[in-house]
Design a protein around this ligand. Structure first.
Ligand code: ZN
Length: 229
């Protein structure tokens, strides 16, 4: 069995000048030319007030065999401070009604504006709690949870190794040091919009290493469908 590689690319947003940010376009072109596949994490509120060109582009990407658009929250709030002085994220330390509302809003925006039924969820900053598990249970269209909780009925694609050291910085040497070709599935998080040419070069080296090991690049929802077949 080839090793399964899931590319979890976070933070697709609207760019008023280029529709999709230029670095995202570079990433999308690269994935296509390499004939591999990547999941693209959409921030839901980017669909509010965005022109139809953006919505169409997302729809095209989702219907392209190389990509899956996935649910990356609604407002992407990280490290807020609540009334008690405690830290919260969009899906951590927030009430059930808030979490469910944010799940449903992005689900509805994707459907209404881009004609996409989102199947995969990954939380803002991967900040999650037991409330997230309960809220996700109310959104049956979502089947896959990137970096989720084991006790959830959703298919959990776990984090075992990093590609960015630290976050936003792909590092080939660190990846190679931690890489184990015997692990059946690796879910690799990345932030292409933070990559300059040097960082992109590191990412390319990582992809070439994985290709040398004949890894299979699979989309999150497809990996769920494969295991449930
Ligand atoms: Zn994010």
């Amino acid at each position: 069995m080839p090793q399964t590689i899931i590319l979890k690319a976070d933070d697709i947003r609207y760019d008023p000048e280029h529709i999709l940010p230029v670095r995202w376009q570079t990433f999308i072109t690269y994935i296509t030319e390499q004939n591999i596949n990547a999941g693209l994490g959409l921030i839901g509120n980017s669909l509010e007030g965005a022109p139809s060109r953006y919505c169409k582009r997302l729809n095209q990407l989702h219907n392209n065999k190389h990509f899956e658009i996935w649910h990356h929250g609604y407002d992407h709030v990280l490290k807020g401070t609540n009334d008690k002085g405690d830290i919260y994220h969009e899906f951590f330390n927030t009430p059930f009604a808030h979490q469910l509302d944010h799940l449903q809003k992005t689900q509805a925006l994707a459907k209404e504006k881009a004609n996409i039924i989102l199947r995969t969820f990954g939380a803002t900053g991967n900040g999650i709690d037991d409330t997230t598990t309960e809220a996700l249970a109310q959104v049956p269209e979502l089947k896959v949870w990137l970096y989720g909780k084991n006790e959830s009925p959703l298919y959990n694609l776990k984090r075992t190794i990093n590609l960015e050291y630290p976050v936003h910085n792909p590092d080939f040497a660190s990846f190679q040091e931690n890489y184990d070709s015997d692990q059946p599935c690796l879910v690799l998080q990345m932030h292409p919009n933070s990559w300059d040419d040097q960082r992109f070069g590191q990412f390319d080296q990582i992809i070439q290493l994985l290709k040398k090991h004949n890894a299979a690049f699979v989309l999150p929802y497809d990996s769920y469908l494969q295991q449930s077949a």
